[in-house]
Design a protein around this ligand. Structure first.
Ligand SMILES: Cc1cc2nc3c(=O)[nH]c(=O)nc-3n(C[C@H](O)[C@H](O)[C@H](O)COP(=O)(O)OP(=O)(O)OC[C@H]3O[C@@H](n4cnc5c(N)ncnc54)[C@H](O)[C@@H]3O)c2cc1C
Length: 370
């Protein structure tokens, strides 16, 4: 498939997804409580078959879903992506029992998943994570804290990365599937700039056994990286969807807003700004599609491409949304306006799943490795 254009079936699917997001999902999102898991929304994503499509489908499908949903309903986009992030380790590295127990529930939108890697003292430097897995009998007891975990503390289970071998860095981390009802596990919601379900998880000697391990003991970092390599370009797709929504709103606004005896778009300073926004959005979109296609083709340079796509798309979306706010004037800053919402939403993707600076570090490392 040429990466520079979608085929007609893909284009039609994106149109259908945008319509579903606007007509079916947006009303459910509006009824949700900001910063909380919206279970009716997750259930609708399940009924529509979108969560099921996360597992087994390729990176490009994931990107098209995220971009299309983001254009019409960022809450639906995020709810879908978080089901994928939390449950992908189960799909990719789970035992048949773990998969049978959780994947049908996740896919149906009845079970909510979380991906718990970050800690108060281990964010970008994830290999420094310290959540202790102390051996007890034929299992472990988990003690410590995870923070900035999307869907926590409401998720029904979390993929939790814990330190099984002290001092071993990335090679001493194990991934565990931890159901929310384990004794000793509690959580606290966190209130963010954008309405994102997120919180901290507190582990007080939470028991886990070998049956809870995802993948191999001390090889959990690989589980995390496998998931992040798939999801990184799709964070870029989320950003492209937001940029496109901001661009569409700007086209409509500048074509209709009366100013100086004409409309805003008659001012070349305005129309050139819109042209720049459109060009940068398209460039970001193409880089995202190329990274996703490289992932699906099993290309060797996926880490570099994924990092480039995430970096460029998230930075571009920030630029485009900011420019859209400027061209809308005061109305864009009124609480409840699409751009007020996007202005808050667009900020976090430059930080999570590898901050912009971390993506540059990955790209540079790959370049000099050659
Ligand atoms: C909305 C949201 C949702 C999130 N969801 C999840 C989740 O579901 N699961 C999860 O595990 N985590 C999640 N996170 C946490 C996220 O992954 C971390 O915030 C991220 O890894 C950065 O870690 P930190 O915030 O501790 O910042 P730090 O690691 O302290 O970094 C702070 C800043 O320092 C700079 N910096 C860091 N490292 C480098 C470097 N190598 N070179 C140059 N500059 C550098 C960057 O500017 C960076 O932004 C989420 C965060 C947000 C905001």
């Amino acid at each position: 498939m040429p990466v520079f254009s979608l085929d007609p079936a893909q284009t039609a699917w994106c149109t259908e997804l945008r319509a579903l997001a606007a007509e079916r999902l947006r009303p459910l999102a509006e009824k949700g409580e900001p910063g909380r898991v919206n279970r009716p929304l997750v259930a609708a994503l399940g009924e529509l078959g979108l969560i099921g499509r996360l597992f087994g489908a390729g990176a490009l499908d994931l990107c098209l879903m995220r971009e299309s949903l983001a254009q019409a309903c960022t809450e639906a986009e995020t709810a879908l992506a978080l089901q994928g992030l939390g449950a992908h380790p189960v799909a990719a590295s789970g035992t048949p029992e773990q998969r049978a127990r959780w994947l049908p529930e996740v896919t149906a939108g009845r079970a909510v998943a979380a991906f718990a890697l970050s800690e108060p003292d281990a964010g970008s430097d994830a290999a420094a994570l310290a959540l202790e897995a102390a051996p007890v009998g034929d299992g472990w007891r988990l003690t410590g804290e995870k923070r900035w975990i999307s869907n926590a503390p409401e998720a029904d289970f979390s993929t939790v990365f814990a330190r099984t071998t002290p001092g071993a860095g990335a090679r001493g981390v194990t991934a565990f599937l931890v159901p929310a009802d384990r004794p000793g596990l509690t959580g606290t919601p966190l209130d963010m700039l954008s309405p994102h379900p997120i919180g901290a998880l507190h582990f007080d000697a939470v028991p886990v056994t070998r049956a809870d391990v995802l993948g191999e003991v001390d090889r959990g970092f690989r589980v995390a990286m496998t998931t992040l390599n798939l999801f990184r370009p799709s964070v870029g797709a989320f950003a492209v969807g937001m940029a496109q929504a901001a661009l569409d709103a700007t086209l409509a606004h500048t074509a209709g807003r009366a100013a100086f005896g004409g409309v805003l778009k008659d001012l070349q300073a305005v129309s050139h700004q819109v042209a720049e926004m459109a060009t940068r959005t398209e460039a970001a979109r193409l880089l995202v599609y190329a990274a996703a296609a490289a992932y699906d083709a099993g290309a060797p340079d996926v880490p570099k491409r994924a990092a480039m796509a995430k970096l460029l798309a998230t930075e571009t979306a920030q630029y485009v949304v900011d420019a859209a706010v400027q061209l809308h004037g005061a109305r864009a800053l009124q609480r409840g306006h699409l751009l007020e919402h996007l202005y808050r939403e667009v900020r976090a993707p430059r930080i999570y799943e590898g901050a912009t600076e971390v993506q540059r570090t990955i790209i540079a490392k790959e370049l000099y490795a050659r």
